[in-house]
Design a protein around this ligand. Structure first.
Ligand code: 2AM
Ligand code: CA
Ligand code: CA
Ligand code: CA
Length: 266
């Protein structure tokens, strides 16, 4: 797989942050944990990993903007490019010693995500996609799963967090999805969930509410693997609504219809 220089920068930054996270994962009992809000944890590991990524990316492209979960946004002077970074997606898993977390790095050009890298340092799985160039897991080309019927599908989701609302609506969506699919999974890292859709491990995925850094890299992975991703209403306001529905053409359409089924009047 021939990678562009820019994607190489992203991959190197992800590996460097991944090494930092792996060291902290081994010492997780010694990490200072603070709360941003109810059920919303952050650690020194999140902040360190973001500093590593930020430094690497800005050193390589000093004029680009930078949006990361754990630091102040930088508005770039070049006006076209912005890095969108989640240094540790799946902090709750990380804190619980569950090896499902990721470094997520995306590059936006004129409002379009043109490249994405998602690294799970605990499994050494590196998912890379560049617009027009396909999606890869390590060196293997990815393609979304081919299942067409929801009744054959394994679908990932997110479960709303303490203090975030959306619980009632989510339970209705979940019930309707459970009635139609073969199985439902909940990984706890939206970046990995989308990477799993790209890899054909999940047939589909939906979640709300999410932030741009949770989804940006995963979106280009799904699309470059031949999949579809929209907001929960089927439109392209993914970042604005903080919602996403993904899958191959068939599962995407069917999942969208299912999560939007009107709530029956009692
Ligand atoms: P994080 O681990 O980077 O915070 C899991 O459903 C997704 O939701 C993950 O991408 C996770 O990202 C995010 N998440 C977890 N807890 C959250 C919270 N309390 N508020 C907002 N997003 C959260
Ligand atoms: Ca967080
Ligand atoms: Ca996240
Ligand atoms: Ca995070």
């Amino acid at each position: 797989m021939a990678r562009s220089a820019l994607v190489n920068v992203m991959v190197q930054a992800a590996f460097k942050a991944g090494r930092s996270l792996s060291r902290d994962f081994g010492e997780v009992q010694n990490l200072q944990v603070s709360m941003k809000g109810p059920g919303d944890f952050v650690t020194q590991a999140d902040r360190k990993a973001e500093q590593v990524v930020r430094q690497e990316l800005l050193r390589a492209r000093p004029t680009y903007g930078f949006l990361g979960e754990e630091s102040e946004e930088i508005v770039g002077t070049d006006g076209q490019h912005r890095w969108i970074v989640d240094p540790l997606d799946g902090t709750t898993n990380f804190l619980h010693g569950i090896p499902a977390f990721a470094v997520s790095i995306a590059l936006e050009r004129n409002g379009t995500i043109v490249a994405g890298v998602v690294l799970n340092p605990a499994t050494d799985e590196l998912f890379v996609a560049e617009r027009g160039n396909g999606a890869f897991l390590n060196d293997r080309r990815l393609r979304v799963a081919g299942r067409r019927a929801l009744s054959d599908a394994v679908v990932g989701c997110g479960v709303p967090h303490l203090g975030r609302g959306h619980h009632g609506k989510f339970l209705v969506e979940l019930r309707d999805v459970m009635n139609e699919v073969a199985g439902v999974r909940r990984l706890g890292s939206a970046a990995l969930d989308l990477a799993y859709v790209a890899a054909g491990r999940f047939d589909g995925f939906w979640e709300k509410p999410l932030s741009a850094w949770d989804m940006a890299a995963g979106l280009v992975l799904v699309r470059e693997a031949g999949g579809f991703a929209t907001d929960i209403e089927g439109g392209n306001r993914i970042f604005e609504t903080g919602s996403v529905v993904a899958g191959n053409e068939h599962i995407h359409r069917a999942l969208l219809a299912t999560v939007n089924r009107p709530v029956p009047a009692r």
